[in-house]
Design a protein around this ligand. Sequence first.
Ligand code: MN
Length: 295
Amino acid sequence: MNMIATPTFHYRAIWISDIHLGTRGCNADILMDFLRRTESDYLYLVGDIVDIWRMRKNWYWHQTHNDIIQKVMRKARKGTRVIYVPGNHDESFRDFAPRRFGRVAILREAHHITADGRRFLVLHGDQFDGVVKHAKWLAIVGDSAYNFALALNLWFNYARRKLGFSYWSLSAFLKHKVKNAVQFICCFEEAVVAEARRQGADGVIAGHIHTAEMREIDGILYCNDGDWVESCTALVEHNDGSMEILRWAEMDEVKQMYSKTVTEKYATEKVQCESSLSPMPGFLRSMASFVRLKP
Ligand SMILES: [Mn+2]
């Protein structure tokens, strides 16, 4: 992708998760823009980075997915401390924890000390699914509704892009409207916070549920870095230790860059069929595969 003038933002730490490389839903081009324009001392990959179990069922890989991996490795080589905490979609990497692949550390869960001395537990969060999913049939209904919304979101944003509008997450919007999803998220947050308290941490940083959030729950700061399938969000720590959620696709410059370069790219390279935001045939295929996607 050709870049326009690119201001770079520096953070002490960055957390991203739920990228789902190897699936059609991954917004790799927006993530690439984020990685190009941000720098950090620490980069935490909080699980579901490569969606191995979806790739086993339905092969999909785009060149931009290679670019993401190469970009992360280059950051590691240039001094960023990369810590990879695998999730449930890339759980085979957990077998290698705690190990170091060159400059990339793999850990089942990590502890991060902020510049102002607070200790954060960093984990993906799928380990709490069993606690959260009491009513199984409700979870299944909620899950397929959610998957449908995700598939619809791809098609919806393809249409928006064709019309010159920026990315807007329909599925993230719908999810907030679904009571079941809200209940699920609420129980998830409580379970994660309880684990942080058990481990004596001041806060916790998770992924998994594809909903970026930062709020204090019973004296523990709960943070979720969101995802790059729907909302394109990251959690960052500033140099003074304060935390912030970045909604990358909603930043004005990104909106401009995105609607411009991506429409150009689509017009010139004719990559529609392979792209993560593909027209109808891809949409139908992804609908079929999304039925198996769990958050
Ligand atoms: Mn997950």
